[in-house]
Write a protein that binds this ligand. Sequence first.
Ligand code: HEC
Ligand code: HEC
Ligand code: HEC
Ligand code: HEC
Ligand code: HEC
Length: 744
Amino acid sequence: MYIPRRPPLLFLFLAAVSLAGWISSVSGDSIKRRPIPSPPKELFSPSNASTENGELIPVEQFFSAKRCLVCHQDTHAAWSESLHRNAAREPFYRESADILLRTRGIEFTRHCESCHTPIALFSGALSKNAPRQQAPFTSLDDEGVTCTVCHSITEARLNGTGSFTIRRPALLAKEDGTPIFGNFTDEQILADIPGHKRAVMRPLLRTPEFCATCHKVDAPPDLNGYKHMRGFSAYDEWQQSGASHESVSPYYRAEQRVDCRGCHMPKIESLNDRAAKNGVIASHQWLGANTAAPLFYGQMKQVKLTEEFLRSQVISADIFALKRESTGETLPEVTTGSQLALSPGEEITAEVVVANRKAAHSFAPEVRDLYEIWVAFEAVDDQGKTLMRSGFIKPDGMLDDSAHIYKAILLDEDAKPITRHQIWLTTVVAYNNAIPAGRSDVVRFRFRVPKNWKRANSRAITLKTTVNYRRFTQEYTNYVLKRQGRKLTLPIVRMAENEVKILPMSAKNGAGKKDRTTKDVQARRWNDYGIALLEQAQYGPAAEAFRRSAELNPSDPNPLVSAAIAEMKTERFGLDRNQLAKAAELLDAALKLDPNNPRARYIHALLLRSLNKSVEAASELAKLAQEYPRDREVARQLGQTLYTLGRIAEARVAFEAIINVDPTDFGAYQFLSPIYQSEGQTEKADYARGRYLQWRDDPIASSIAARFFAAHPQWADERILAHTHDGDSPPRPVLTGSLAAPDK
Ligand code: HEC
Ligand code: HEC
Ligand code: HEC
Ligand code: HEC
Ligand code: HEC
């Protein structure tokens, strides 16, 4: 059976719920060969975008960014090099969307363009009778997501895929907010600044929900002829991260709430902009991770700033432990100068902890099928002889085929990987190992200690690791650049690095360096190691690592809570009740340190429930749900607990709270449908059931994933949670040509 690579962390003890009869009545349906859907009839579908009156907005009614330039020079300059500006024209996007255009027709591209070129969508340029049947569709394609797109958005919904409402842009508005249309002169604007501000700014823009409209995506049935396939959602990931302060479960919590703008639109110096206050303005550069598009246009400042952004301690790499393969013994807290009693010729596995520290969403958050992020490792003896090497670039520019890489693999209905981001073909996400916000991964590299290690007393082995980012896989870059007739080398950004020198145990080497790092740093190292082990389902060692972290930082309740989670996970498989007692002890200790700690209270409630104290569990969860009304995992656990207690009306409220945050949460609809039914609300019940069926994972899709892994055993090895890379790791074939989904 196909096992998802990353089991949901908080799926601890889902109570057995009496939905079984209902579920079996729907799980019998089988996938038919996908029909090609007929072209969408509605003006804006298959996108969720709309205009206030549901009608088109002619392209002339959008102002070009040039109209804003005189008074907003700095903002204009920053936007000009940003990805929003390049969103429609840049070839790494265009070449993918054009496949859809060529093979299915222009109407389907409304899906893509609602985010990438909203003006083409709203002006009606994406229809069969439009004058231009290929890009550029309008005179404003060159501006992609331009000023008067964002600054004319009046409403945001949370289902993504362009889930915003826009109105005809205006430079001025009346006191009640009604826009006054027309191209007013600069003098007229300056004579009515309050009116200008009313026309172009709304509080909505300063919320993360605004960004969610385009930074959350799915492929709907109108596009793929199949079902809703979830794409990415930087918004949902952020909302569940420690940066939002809306969720209790994250391992790390930012001191202050920080939303998308906090990291992507910081206040920067501005000397030439009428809207600058005290010499600063919100950056319209939107630094992220794209070095390719700006490089293509020679926007070297954007390239440089993006590289700096990626290098600003977003990710950390830590060669944390060495494992002796012959004995299984782990030597943790490795630092430079560590003296280790290794035997000559023995096999050692280095455990490298890669942690997502600063991205308040997963790393990488979005188009994961096209990017290339990998961990390079090298072990070298002091003669310069390489003992092991992984994750290097080959002479033809391609990445070493056995590297540890963070990516997603999307498959079409024939189990072939999709390599041009044709999300309309996606049938299953077979592989996805992006690192969620605040979490980490352990990567293992095996090498052999040189035979002469002891004889030459002072001999060191140097271990080096780096985390690298290249915007696109070389294969995709080659494809795009060949079609564009261009030659470019995309930068490889070194986001994190770590190097340690280890020595044999000996008197001659002295007592060895004392670990000079502070206890806080040590506690953090153990904590990140624990998180990574937990993610890899190594529950026992994870619990130990969290305990170590707690000892090093005795005032922090969090590692104790994490240790309890690990113990409870073990219990789930081992059915050892003793584990629950251990978890209870850890949680008591955590709650003693901080009786109000929401994470400890949450896990404690789940523990109560597994001890058959569901009433107490529900009451604690209900309190938490009041304090954190947007935490959907708290709401889910509360809803499930109440449901098993037969408190149906209260359970409904809890599940509806989930839908308010994520209207695509099929798990909530799965419960809501029978609940509505039992309350006699048949129409709502049918709606919820429809949503559930549309959004749930297709039960048969897993067999398609299984076919892929059977055909590519090297990927199956990579998918094993705790796998090791060594000199003999089998290279994985580049998934291209006949191995990949056709360009359709
Ligand atoms: C003739 C000069 C002028 C032009 C042209 C102009 N603006 Fe402005 N804009 C201003 C001034 C002045 C302010 C107000 C600064 C302040 O808050 O005192 C402003 C403020 C803004 C604000 C901030 C509003 C707020 O409440 O913080 C936005 C957004 C804005 N303009 C967008 C635009 C856009 C988009 C265009 C082009 C379609 C544009 N402006 C064209 C002069 C202009
Ligand atoms: C909900 C909005 C949305 C929709 C709809 C959408 N995209 Fe995108 N797309 C984005 C965002 C946001 C990014 C940028 C991600 C980033 O920078 O990491 C992106 C990036 C891409 C990229 C990578 C380009 C690059 O330079 O990184 C490709 C290719 C792409 N989209 C193709 C498509 C195609 C084809 C469709 C339609 C089938 C589509 N997108 C629909 C929002 C959307
Ligand atoms: C992707 C959406 C988007 C686009 C495109 C966009 N803006 Fe903005 N703009 C925003 C958001 C969001 C804010 C609020 C930032 C904040 O206050 O943190 C903003 C704020 C502003 C401000 C006020 C800045 C301040 O510090 O108060 C001005 C002026 C402005 N925009 C002008 C423009 C102009 C001119 C363009 C085009 C050259 C443009 N914007 C393009 C989303 C956008
Ligand atoms: C109208 C749709 C739309 C809205 C609204 C929008 N974006 Fe984007 N954004 C895009 C698209 C499309 C891209 C990707 C373009 C590409 O890669 O071709 C993008 C790219 C980005 C990037 C990637 C830059 C990089 O170098 O990888 C960041 C960061 C970003 N947006 C942040 C934001 C933030 C923050 C907000 C809210 C203030 C926001 N966006 C609102 C459509 C939008
Ligand atoms: C605490 C800081 C932080 C916050 C908050 C944050 N981001 Fe990011 N974001 C980053 C960093 C760092 C990166 C670069 C590393 C990466 O690609 O993950 C990034 C990358 C991105 C990219 C480029 C993605 C790609 O795959 O190329 C997009 C788009 C983006 N963020 C959107 C958002 C949106 C939308 C929000 C709010 C819902 C948000 N971010 C909140 C730090 C943040």
